[in-house]
Design a protein around this ligand. Structure first.
Ligand SMILES: [Zn+2]
Ligand SMILES: [Zn+2]
Length: 279
């Protein structure tokens, strides 16, 4: 802990929050960099193997897109870390339920499912609100500078949107006692799904929308359609049910997903001696 005299003047909970900085920096920057790089590497490999046809748009992201998305995401990570100081301080003064320990694997698993459902609802409604003409420019326009998103767009938010995204966790912890292991697992899955949603290449199985087992879980095409033109559709994050319930699912979603996963016509390829053109 620093022994600086100014540091000593700070309230003790804030001092403890600052003491947690190294772990929060590792966790917040680390999970973004690992998840975005991992998904980008999978997309890179997929494009060079049999999955090139799964690229969703004809347009490819420019290096300026990659740079903007990456540096804006790092800024969001810095905001999450800074705000994390206050969450740790709030925990110290007891405004949240105790997050230590475990309730046993069954209840912990139930809480994990609950936080995903809760975050999905929060994301749908805040996202939809940020598309309101009065809020869009301040909160959400920056994220939509990515017309052809890459996995690095996961946290490419302007400062106000990063704060809205951050706010879910402290609000949740005010109401639901959630063990820190469950919170960490949730944040880990969230960034992986986020990077997958911006992958630009459909990563989900061909049968994804054909079975009730998986079709309620969103796909890369689902969020890609939101970026590539229709700001009035596909606001959801993990699940498709809010968009279905509120009538905001893109009318062409199923057809576009089918196109994303349709293999180029093998017969045509053998007749012409070349692969069918990529969409
Ligand atoms: Zn949007
Ligand atoms: Zn997005």
């Amino acid at each position: 802990m620093p022994t600086d005299p100014i540091f000593a003047l700070l309230p003790e909970p804030i001092q403890i929050g600052i003491g947690a900085l190294p772990n929060m920096i590792l966790f917040d920057f680390g999970r973004y960099i690992i998840a975005a790089t991992l998904i980008a590497a999978i997309v890179w490999a997929a494009k060079r193997t049999g999955w090139a046809y799964r690229q969703i748009q004809d347009r490819v992201a420019s290096s300026a897109d990659y740079r903007r998305e990456f540096f804006a995401s790092l800024r969001s990570c810095a905001i999450f870390v800074f705000m994390g100081i206050f969450v740790v301080a709030g925990d110290q003064v007891g405004i949240f339920y105790d997050i230590r320990g475990s309730y046993g694997w069954a209840i912990d698993l139930g809480l994990f499912a609950a936080i995903l459902v809760g975050h999905d609802a929060y994301f749908y409604w805040t996202h939809r609100m940020m598309h309101h003409p009065k809020l869009f420019k301040t909160f959400h326009r920056f994220h939509h500078r990515s017309v052809t998103p890459t996995p690095f767009a996961a946290y490419a938010f302007d400062v106000p949107e990063a704060l809205v995204m951050f706010a879910f966790l402290p609000i949740w912890l005010l109401f639901v006692p959630t063990p820190v292991t469950v919170i960490s697992a949730f944040l880990g899955l969230m960034i992986i799904r986020n990077a997958m949603g911006h992958a630009g290449l459909e990563l989900h199985a061909r049968w994804w929308l054909k079975t009730p087992l998986t079709r309620w879980i969103s796909t890369t095409t689902h969020h890609d359609l939101h970026h590539s033109g229709s700001f009035k559709h596909n606001y959801g994050f993990y699940f498709t049910w809010w968009d279905k319930l509120m009538g905001t699912e893109h009318p062409e979603y199923a057809a576009e997903f089918a196109k994303s996963v349709a293999k180029p016509d093998a017969e045509q390829a053998s007749e012409t001696g070349e692969l069918a053109p990529a969409r």
